[in-house]
Design a binder for this molecule. Structure first.
Ligand SMILES: NC(=O)C1=CN([C@@H]2O[C@H](COP(=O)(O)OP(=O)(O)OC[C@H]3O[C@@H](n4cnc5c(N)ncnc54)[C@H](O)[C@@H]3O)[C@@H](O)[C@H]2O)C=CC1
Ligand SMILES: C[N+](C)(C)CC(=O)CC(=O)[O-]
Length: 491
């Protein structure tokens, strides 16, 4: 099956799906009768291009091709994945499935973004219901990994497994619900909080802003990293979950919730909430708020990546998959052709590498060069096992030149020259490129050390041999411009 996805309905969620597939290397076709669809998807894509690549520490695949179609049959023909994202009306969705199935490949997966309908409801009246599954994402689809994959007994296990694999391959976390239920899992939880919040505003207990503060200054941050049950387990103290339930169980019978009683959406209540929301957030446009949300989400998820926890663990697993597919997969000794500078970093600039000047902070240039040095060490055999055995390199001197600005989402590549590798010394020259534009250079002198004595020592023979081979090959190249420069040297 080709890596080609069709998005039927390119609004808030369809646009997010388009970005998710496209930035993961899929060709994407859009069908949406809205004459504004192309412009709106362009806005979503601009946000996604800025933020999504920053979640990975390895470059995403080359972006796919985006096309807009006015004919649904043409849009779905031959696509491997079709994502329905039309408004939340069952009859409309069923009509759209009939149109899709009249023209699509019978082997294609048809995913529905429905927030609440069960797959068996969507499948009613379909030519072949087994092809339709619920794939319910969260906004913004291009950043949030979770997608509820809900199947019915009519779906073949093979198709559901294929759907899960595809979602995983584009960096998502398919949460497969084996039993269908209205509104799946996550929306039932969100709906409970939403209802309660509406009551609190309606009864004049709290404003929209106060409720948002209660969430974002407290349990919202807690939920983002541990969810509900793990959080409450910790709240039970050393006795854990059992103690938590013993202490707070009785409250479940107290009048702490108005859950099943829904406040009526009277004009007064709608005005009250909309006015409070305007007062709270009206100073920002929706696009401003989207960018603020995306910046925060990326920073939070990168923090979780550093801890290899929750969504961060998931993102690290996706990096490992991307790395396995890339030039960075080579292990020590795999380097056959060393006649040219060696690619040691290939990645995008994450949002949290940028600073108040709106470009990559100087410290991050050094970080990229440091990663390049680590990778070069790995390739010459000074890898994790070697370091554990007691040998390593320490950096003794560094000279970084900042030649051009880099921005969030830019794809950068570092190519490394070995200027000298003799005895205890390893002299590296890194060039950082964006396409064919040179952004920076980093020149570094490293000294081999014994981690036991913390003193200089000669590298093991296999590392020395590897350095000899690369140094001999690189000596045939002309000296790179800027090598040996010092601060204050006239240009
Ligand atoms: N907005 C949200 O937060 C979330 C929405 N969803 C679900 O995603 C689906 C879409 O919701 P949104 O993107 O929010 O709605 P939206 O209103 O932003 O977008 C719907 C799009 O469908 C298009 N459309 C209408 N009829 C169509 C047809 N016959 N064929 C093709 N396109 C058609 C519209 O022109 C519009 O661009 C719904 O099922 C919703 O429950 C899922 C997760 C979150
Ligand atoms: C409001 N909503 C039911 C459409 C929300 C969702 O389905 C998921 C989300 O992104 O919050």
């Amino acid at each position: 099956m080709t890596k080609s996805a069709t998005i039927v309905g390119g609004g808030v969620i369809g646009g997010g799906w388009a970005a998710r597939f496209l930035l993961n290397g899929w060709d994407v076709r859009i069908f949406d009768p809205d004459p504004e669809a192309e412009r709106k998807i362009g806005e979503v894509l601009a946000n996604a291009r800025r933020s999504l690549p920053g979640l990975t520490d390895v470059a995403l695949p080359e972006e796919g091709r985006l096309t807009f179609h006015s004919d649904l049959a043409e849009a779905v023909a031959g696509a491997g994945w079709i994502q329905e994202s039309v408004p939340e009306q069952l009859a409309l969705k069923q009509k759209v499935f009939a149109q899709i199935q009249a023209a699509c490949d019978p082997g294609a997966v048809i995913g529905s973004s429905t927030s609440g309908f069960k797959p068996s409801e969507l499948q009613q009246g379909a030519a072949w219901g087994g092809q339709i599954v619920v794939t319910h994402p969260f906004n913004p689809v291009y950043l949030l990994p979770v997608v509820e994959l809900v199947s019915s007994p009519e779906n073949p296990a093979e198709l559901v497994a294929r759907a899960a694999d595809t979602l995983t391959s584009i960096g998502m976390y398919p949460l497969h619900l084996k039993k269908e239920i209205d509104a799946h899992v996550a929306d039932r939880l969100l709906e409970a909080v939403w209802r309660e919040a509406l009551w609190l505003v309606s009864d004049g207990i709290a404003t929209t802003e106060e409720i948002d503060n209660a969430i974002r200054y407290g349990f919202g941050i807690r939920w983002a990293q541990m969810g509900l049950f793990e959080t409450y387990r910790v709240a039970g103290g050393e006795a854990g979950m059992r103690h938590f339930m013993a202490q707070f169980g009785p409250a479940l019978k107290w009048p702490w919730t108005k859950l099943m009683d829904v406040p009526e959406f009277t004009e007064e209540l709608v005005d009250l909430i909309a006015d409070q929301s305007d007062a709270q957030s009206g100073a920002y446009s929706i696009r401003d708020l989207e960018r603020i949300r995306d910046d925060n989400l990326v920073s939070m998820m990168r923090a979780l990546k550093a801890k290899n926890w929750g969504a961060g663990e998931l993102l690290n697993a996706q990096d490992a998959r991307l790395r396995a597919d890339s030039v960075l997969a080579a292990r020590a000794g795999d380097l056959e052709d060393v006649s040219q500078p060696i690619v040691t970093v290939r990645r995008a600039v994450p949002l949290d590498w940028t600073d108040y000047n709106g470009h990559m902070n100087e410290a991050r240039y050094l970080q990229a060069f440091c990663d390049a040095t680590d990778r070069f060490m790995e390739l010459v055999g000074a890898d994790a096992d070697y370091i554990a055995s007691g040998g390593s390199y320490f950096t003794a001197e560094t000279h970084v030149r900042h030649l051009s600005e880099a921005h969030a989402g830019d794809r950068i590549e570092v190519r490394t020259r070995l200027l000298m590798g003799e005895g205890k010394k390893m002299h590296l020259f890194h060039q950082m490129w964006r396409g064919d534009e040179l952004l920076a250079t980093g020149e570094h002198m490293l000294i081999h050390v014994s981690l036991e004595t913390r003193r200089p020592s000669v590298p093991a023979p296999q590392v020395a041999a590897s350095l000899d081979r690369i140094a001999a090959a690189h000596a045939a190249l002309s000296l790179p411009e800027g090598a040996g420069r010092f601060v204050g040297q006239p240009r």
